[in-house]
Design a protein around this ligand. Structure first.
Ligand code: PRE
Length: 365
């Protein structure tokens, strides 16, 4: 045996022994999670127990990132623990997560990034269908896109909150990489049309104008649908992401063709229960103000005087009156925190309607 072989054998023995320890520790952790489930059930006999605790998960992931000794990057270490928690939660109770489908969309990728892979992810045909699935109790939580760094807000999602009783329980951001892809059996053939979602076309406009100018662009309901068509039709290509490429077995002709390298979409997790403070939270409210001079000032002034930072304010037409508007506001902190309570009490006095959409941990991964 050469020196190299001897050293490799020694290191592999060490890895085997470490794996053994990791396995024992993960099993011990899983038994703890099972015990947590028993405690939760005993404390709420006969009730619909909430097993998923977003605030606790965020705390665990933050601690892992803070204490990670390296050489693995903190985010990679947290991703491993994301999956460990996901499988522990599945032992307590398998979670059904509705998402804006079909299979292979970026929303599915976001759902798996947020909840880990040990959930049952259920594709829905539209954003309102995701809301309905969670409202009816058929799914525990839902995942919907809310904004893209290139294209702006997804108004359909914002508008759903005007009528839905659901709460926002979390957020997750996903870097969006678009690829131009074709079916392997059609690779090398002339491309006569490209399928994609209109948002993806918008995010790749410059690249397409430069590299595939003049080829017909056909908007379809999702990137995954675009990939499905490209898989079946000669002469067709799709712009879609990795999940869709994998699902339909497509080959990439060009990688990461989005015009902006930081192209990111933010998704919301919607559920039926409010989330308790995690220590690093964000809140969302919808406010409808009287249509009079100074209304916006009156709305924003309490946030300023109590030192609360707004992270977003969007205006949407109200669904009840012509030229009436509602403000969709995100701010730092949890609604149960004293300053936020005071602000919302003051806003409530001036507002026609104040709807608390939820407080939730700021996305960790
Ligand atoms: O702490 C809890 O309440 C648990 O159920 C345990 C645990 C975990 O594995 O750490 C699992 C699921 C919850 O979403 C949060 C944390």
């Amino acid at each position: 045996m050469s020196d190299e072989q001897a050293r490799l054998a020694e290191l592999r023995d060490e890895i085997d022994s470490i794996d053994q320890q990791i396995m024992k520790l993960i099993s011990a952790r899983a038994r703890c999670a099972q015990e947590v489930a028993h405690v939760k059930m005993a404390a709420n006999p006969g009730q619909d127990v909430v097993f998923y605790r977003p605030e606790r998960e965020a705390q665990v992931l933050r601690r892992i990132m803070e204490q990670n000794p390296g050489p693995l990057p903190g985010e990679e270490m947290a991703r491993l623990f994301r999956e460990i928690m996901s499988v522990c939660l599945a032992l307590e109770k398998p979670m059904h997560i509705a998402f804006l489908g079909p299979l292979g969309t970026f929303t599915q990728a976001a759902a798996l990034k947020h909840f880990g892979h040990s959930v049952v992810s259920v594709p829905m045909p539209a954003i309102d269908a995701v809301f309905r699935e969670v409202e009816s109790g058929a799914a525990h939580y839902g995942v919907v896109p809310v904004e893209n760094s290139t294209e702006g807000m997804i108004n359909h999602t914002l508008d759903m909150f005007m009528s839905s009783p659901l709460k926002i329980c979390g957020e997750v951001q996903l870097r969006i990489h678009h690829h131009l892809m074709v079916a392997p059996q059609h690779d090398g053939q002339e491309i006569t049309r490209i399928y994609s979602h209109q948002q993806s076309f918008a995010q790749c406009r410059q690249w397409l104008d430069t590299h595939r100018y003049g080829i017909e662009r056909i908007s379809v309901s999702s990137n995954a649908e675009a990939a499905r068509r490209a898989a079946a039709e000669p002469g067709a290509a799709a712009i879609a992401g990795d999940m869709a490429a994998e699902l339909y077995g497509l080959v990439k002709l060009a990688n990461s063709i989005e015009d902006r390298p930081d192209n990111t979409t933010r998704f919301l997790i919607i559920g039926r229960e409010a989330v308790t403070p995690s220590g690093h939270d964000k809140s969302s409210v919808l406010v409808s103000m009287r249509n009079k001079p100074g209304a916006l000032y009156q709305l924003l002034e309490p946030f300023h005087s109590h030192g609360i930072s707004l992270t977003r304010i969007e205006t949407r037409p109200s669904q009840t009156g012509t030229w009436a508007y509602v403000f969709y506001i995100d701010f730092e902190g949890h609604m149960d925190d004293e300053p936020a309570r005071k602000v919302l009490a003051e806003v409530d006095v001036e507002a026609v309607e104040l709807k608390r959409l939820g407080s939730y941990p700021i996305g960790v991964l």
